[in-house]
Design a protein around this ligand. Structure first.
Ligand code: PNW
Length: 492
């Protein structure tokens, strides 16, 4: 009798476990409103660098005048030739089953004069064809206005650091809203302002040989944020009522994990997050530059004998104007660092990274990729998403880039497949277990392309592109087939 009871209890327990297990498995899928996509950018894929009235961008110029700026001496003159092969790109997107295609507009195709108002109709026609074809196939365009290919004419004026930048940029943004906003409902003003102001501005502004210097960098940050905010307000005033779209910005964020439990390292990791992400997100979402950054740049500027902080101050009116200028937050995420407090760096250098006063390293056990420092650390994405949730009041987050690089372009790219598996799982944990409002995931990238100063050596594509063939044929990789499966089943 007792034996039988035990047996029954056991059976009930087993059934319950199975049921719970099953229902948990059932729920381990992406919510209904979650969208999948892939991302690219104009200079990295289009080619057609001087086609149909396009003017010269900073990337055209630097690659033509300083070929060794790019590791393999290459350039984006032809790249994936998407300027001609856009229909095939849409076929690939359709086959993957993506909801979103994130691409960027080449400013130099649309306003070839850079800062003039004369529109180059041929350039507009190219994007019209692409956008229409996407929509015909049920794919929503997610459009980045500025993904680093600044018109050379504007760079010559000092680029983002010139006071006229806000007018120049918003003139371009308004043109894009006018021409494409009837069909484009998701806009990203800037891709990775952090990289624009602290890294590529140097070479591309080309006015500052001693860049980075901690002055230009923050002037760029300040002007860029004002241009972002003004673009948002223009959309609000002139377009939102008829176009009903969303405007956001894409920030890159590598997770900073304290290297130890010491209060100094914990503070250092938080400080680094505020320098990397808060510098842009805090004025837009909360208010003003983050206090820890304001204080630290002031302190270091004083040590360097500057009469005042190198970080410009927003006026109160500007703070109000920048605050709230987002409908969603775009996040590009690739890797994670272990961060510790550093000694005060020597005073004969000056710059953003010196201001952070941190040392960073990565655990050698973390899997490497083709980009030296982009080690695979999926839990870092989950932590980054949670930090954004708590620091900024749980905004809607679009992961606008996340991806894995190799050198081989092999179709059997198991490591990339595993990367997507684990990073998508981290995303799902953040959504289902932590309540982070992640609304989309866009893989970087649709296809192998021009990886900036690494040229064609480093491959991020879920499609391979054969760059030695003038036809630039594309072939899906195993990771592409895997992603397609995830999209159709909504499961990992
Ligand atoms: C992003 N970093 O760039 C860009 O948005 C893409 O255009 C690029 O192809 C992709 O990532 C892969 O590299 C980054 O040094 C470049 O921290 C550099 C850094 C981060 C992102």
């Amino acid at each position: 009798m007792l034996k039988l009871e035990m047996h029954t209890v056991g059976l009930i327990a087993l059934t319950t476990c199975l049921l719970i297990g099953l229902s948990e498995a059932d729920e381990w899928e992406f919510p209904e409103d979650f969208k999948f996509g892939v991302a690219t950018s104009a200079y990295q894929i289009e080619g057609g660098w001087d086609a149909d009235g396009k003017s010269v961008s900073v990337w055209d110029r630097i690659t033509h005048t300083t070929p060794n700026f790019v590791q393999d001496g290459s350039n984006g003159d032809i790249a994936c030739d998407s300027y001609h092969k856009w229909e095939e790109d849409v076929t690939m997107l359709k086959d993957l089953g993506v909801h979103y295609y994130r691409f960027s507009l080449a400013w130099t195709r649309i306003l070839s004069g850079g800062y003039t108002s004369t529109v180059n109709e041929a350039g507009v026609a190219y994007y019209n064809k692409l956008i229409d074809k996407l929509l015909e196939n049920g794919i929503e365009p997610v459009v980045t206005l500025y993904h680093w290919d600044m018109p050379q004419k504007i760079s010559t004026l000092g680029g983002v650091t010139n006071n006229v930048w806000v007018d120049i940029f918003t003139n371009y943004a308004r043109t894009a809203f006018e021409r494409f906003g009837d069909r484009v409902k998701t806009w990203i003003t800037f891709n990775e302002p952090n990289i624009i102001c602290h890294y590529f501005h140097s070479v591309l502004g080309s006015l500052q040989p001693d860049y980075p210097n901690g002055v230009i960098e923050y002037l760029c940050t300040y002007n860029l944020l004002k241009a972002h905010a003004e673009t948002y307000h223009i959309y609000d005033r002139e377009f939102r009522h008829k176009q009903e779209g969303k405007v956001g910005i894409t920030l890159n964020f590598e997770w900073s994990e304290p290297a130890s439990d010491s209060p100094e390292d914990v503070a250092a990791a938080e400080r680094r997050r505020q320098f990397d992400f808060g510098l842009f997100a805090n004025p837009i979402i909360n208010f003003d530059f983050p206090k820890v950054v304001v204080d630290r740049v002031a302190e270091r500027s004083k040590l360097e004998d500057f009469p005042r902080s190198r970080l410009p101050q927003f006026t109160f009116a500007e703070k109000l104007n920048v605050k709230g200028t987002y409908d969603f937050l775009g996040l590009n995420h690739y890797t994670t660092w272990l961060v510790s407090d550093d000694e005060e760096p020597s005073l004969d250098q000056s710059g953003f990274y010196i201001d952070t006063k941190v040392a960073r390293q990565q655990d050698p056990a973390w899997e490497k990729t083709a980009v030296d420092d982009n080690r695979v650390v999926p839990w870092g994405l989950r932590k980054a998403l949670n930090w954004i949730k708590t620091t900024y009041g749980n905004p809607d987050i679009f992961i606008t880039e996340c991806g894995h690089s190799d050198l081989t372009a092999s179709l059997n790219d198991d490591r990339r497949t595993n990367f997507y598996k684990t990073y998508l799982n981290a995303t799902l944990e953040a959504i289902l277990e932590d309540g982070v409002k992640v609304k989309a995931f866009m893989a970087w990238s649709l296809m192998d392309n021009f990886e900036w100063n690494k040229g064609y050596l480093v491959k991020f594509g879920i499609y391979r592109v054969n760059f030695t063939d003038p036809e630039r044929p594309r072939t899906i990789k195993d990771s592409g087939t895997y992603y397609k499966e995830v999209i159709s089943t909504r499961r990992i």
